[in-house]
Design a protein around this ligand. Sequence first.
Ligand code: FAD
Ligand code: DHB
Length: 383
Amino acid sequence: MRTQVVIVGAGPAGLLLSHLLGLEGIDSVLLERQTPEYVQARIRAGILEAGTVELLRDTGLGDRLDAEGMEHRGIHLQWPGNRHHLDFVDLTGRSVTVYGQTEVTKDLMAAREKAGRPAFYSASEVELHDVTGSPFVTFVDGDGHAQRIDADVVVGCDGFHGPSRDFVPRQQVWERAYPFAWLGVLADVAPSTDELIYAWHPDGFAMHSMRSPHVSRFYLQVAPDEDIARWSDDRIWTALSERLGVPGWTLHTGPITEKSVLPMRSFVTTPMRHGNLYLAGDAAHIVPPTGAKGLNLAVADVALLSTALTASFQGDDDLVDAYSETALRRVWRCTHFSWWMTSMLHRHGDDFDAQLQLSQLQRTVTSEAAATELANNYAGLPL
Ligand code: FAD
Ligand code: DHB
């Protein structure tokens, strides 16, 4: 089989890239190790930047997003006895939208099926060949048949654990492991807040997010090697009430439908291109989740790459030649913002560190310049 672009990985980066290339008349084939049901059900990110929402709308993916997405003007920043609302719309003119990664993935899968773009799910033994010459990819399909696809370009959208990154000779890798993790909780209960709450607390960070008017999402700072068996539903609700509580506010509880421990790290590898192989999304970089950048950064990479590849197929290589450098400017901005939000809000270090964090939080809610800086980064830089 032959195509113009083989895309390894059908997470949000791979699915969106295939959609954007399709709109430009460029053929692609998606290879995914998991089943479609598995990919659709993975509970991950929940917040879309203004630019991500615009891109999805402009490319025909706005119907359900507009009907079911919840537009938020900003967030609440909190520490004991204090809850302050930062209004991004007042500060920057831009908002964010609550719409789960599960829903973005479903919309993209539906668009792929409607357009009849080919995909191989349950693909195993994916290997890349001759990426600096005439690339091809070999794999075993879901029925156990060996397959080969020849292409002009291969794009690795296969996440942090995928194989593509190993085919790019590394210039440099930067990594930071954080001394804590998140316990993520999904519950069938109406949110107890209008907009997200990010809370600093002496026992550790807590966050109240949501997925719909009937489903709430919560995160609690825990140890990196936390044993989830130690977190009964009762213990989770007690910790959330304590860490998120302010006088006069009540946390509503309900059945917990999912809980898991998420490690937190920063990771950047360069370059993001080697010959005819490109990396996009988590395959090239990871940010800790505080600030909700991971999914949005993957979207920004593929928006840039689809424009660059389109120009390249028309004979102009300037944008593909600049892809790695251009993408990495945004990657490092988001890496800094995610590190900064993480460092400000999680308990680590000693009491001196705690006082610095509280001072930074106070400054962020009282200085318009500081609040605007957070708002610009959170609502997202233009694509
Ligand atoms: P992925 O979504 O990881 O997709 C990569 C795809 O490649 C997967 O479908 C995988 O199955 C496939 N693949 C891997 N290996 C192979 C192979 N050998 N062959 C073929 N296919 C392969 N971000 C936030 O902003 N907020 C959050 O709350 C949040 N929570 C998260 C929770 C978890 C557990 C994780 C892992 C990430 C979370 N993120 C969150 C980050 C966000 O989900 C990612 O940044 C986003 O999914 C990146 O999209 P992607 O398409 O680049 O990678
Ligand atoms: C969510 C995750 C985040 O990391 C974040 O900063 C905001 C919201 C979420 O899963 O809803």
